[in-house]
Design a protein around this ligand. Structure first.
Ligand code: NAD
Length: 323
């Protein structure tokens, strides 16, 4: 019997099949339905004369009762020594299989899957949590993920103005130029306090280890979205931001992995039972979302293989439709 052909989609082809409006809708269904997501595997790999490398495996699969069943795995290599070689430190590949037969279907660009599903999941959370009339967006960071935030949020809210703050002002200026080329109103925020005070939505995707967003600057009705910190040592917002907010998370892992929550919990300033809901609960409408125009909401995400599988499936199915 002939082997089935495997479809290969590079970064551009993967991205073309993930427009944000549809991706947000796909993730809404996927979070509501759920799938099997085992604990991610984390392997340390020695590399002579260089910092240790890491192999990260993130599998997920649909359950037997689900229609259109798929199985997928994201394979990520992190080689910190690559900085000295002027090569990217992180490489990410997504493999998609038929969930019933295990037959291989497609190999997709993992970086594109990750960055697009991440901002789309944040936009989905904001669709439940941000004020309906939120028009002014502050993006904190100007890297790979942050640069996609404006486009994703425009799929769910009537964004009219985008402020960009980055630790490196030249990065912020580059992103502002790109947004202006697309006909959007954008400006570099030089004073982060003033930009936070003016924002309806603040979305951060940085590698910060000390808080950038201070709770005392948040005006009533603001929605805060924290994408960056993924270890207990990383912080994007301070304790007061968490204490003043109704707090939502993507998955329960955020309570163990994200410094923005782990640190105030350890200090006795916040408690896990104050978390209002996870993203799947919001998508199933099991819990109330924003309850008033003056409430401050905060969403903290660490990412989940459920969203990777949903995005990869969307790319595969869209690329199967002729022309
Ligand atoms: N929650 C998720 O699902 C998810 C998914 C993907 C990436 N991420 C995280 O988002 C963050 C950004 O990822 P990326 O791929 O865009 O990285 P990137 O390297 O492209 O961008 C990093 C950004 O952080 C800024 N930065 C670096 N050090 C900083 C510091 N000390 N203080 C403030 N800003 C700093 C940089 O100027 C840049 O704007 C990372 O922490 C990454 O792990 C989260």
């Amino acid at each position: 019997m002939a082997d089935a052909q495997i479809r290969i989609l590079d970064a551009q082809a993967t991205g073309e099949h993930l427009p944000f409006g549809e991706l947000v809708a796909t993730l809404r269904r996927a979070f509501a339905e759920g799938c099997v997501v085992p604990v991610r595997h984390h392997h340390t790999i020695a590399n002579d004369g260089e910092p240790d490398a890491t192999l990260l495996l993130m599998p997920a699969w649909h359950e037997t009762h689900q229609s259109g069943r798929y199985l997928g795995i994201k394979i990520v290599t992190v080689f910190p020594g690559n900085t000295a070689r002027n090569l990217p430190g992180l490489t990410s590949t997504y493999m998609l299989y038929d969930g019933r037969t295990g037959a291989q279907l497609a190999l997709l660009d993992g970086n594109t899957i990750t960055s697009r599903r991440t901002v789309a999941a944040s936009a989905l959370a904001a669709d439940y949590l941000a004020r309906k009339d939120a028009r002014r967006l502050l993006v904190v960071g100007a890297g790979r993920v942050a640069s996609l935030i404006p486009d994703a949020y425009r799929a769910v809210r009537p964004i009219e103005h985008i402020d960009i703050w980055d630790i490196d002002a030249a990065n912020a200026a580059r992103l502002v130029q790109n947004l202006e080329r697309q006909g959007l109103k954008a400006s570099v925020a030089t004073d982060i306090e003033a930009a936070v005070r003016a924002a309806d939505i603040i979305s951060a995707a940085t590698l910060a280890t000390t808080p950038l967003i201070k709770g005392e600057w948040l005006r009533p009705g603001t929605h805060v979205d924290l994408i960056g910190g993924f270890t207990p040592a990383m912080r994007e917002a301070n304790d007061e931001a968490v204490q003043r907010s109704s707090v939502y998370i993507d998955t329960r892992e955020a309570l163990h992995e994200a410094g923005d929550l782990v640190q105030p919990i350890r200090a006795g300033l916040f408690s896990t039972d104050l978390v209002r809901a996870t993203l799947d609960e919001l998508c199933r409408s099991d819990v109330p979302a924003r309850t008033s125009d003056s409430e401050i909401t905060l969403y903290k995400a660490v990412g989940t293989a459920l969203a990777d599988l949903a995005a990869a499936t969307m790319v595969y199915e869209a690329s199967s439709i002729p022309g």
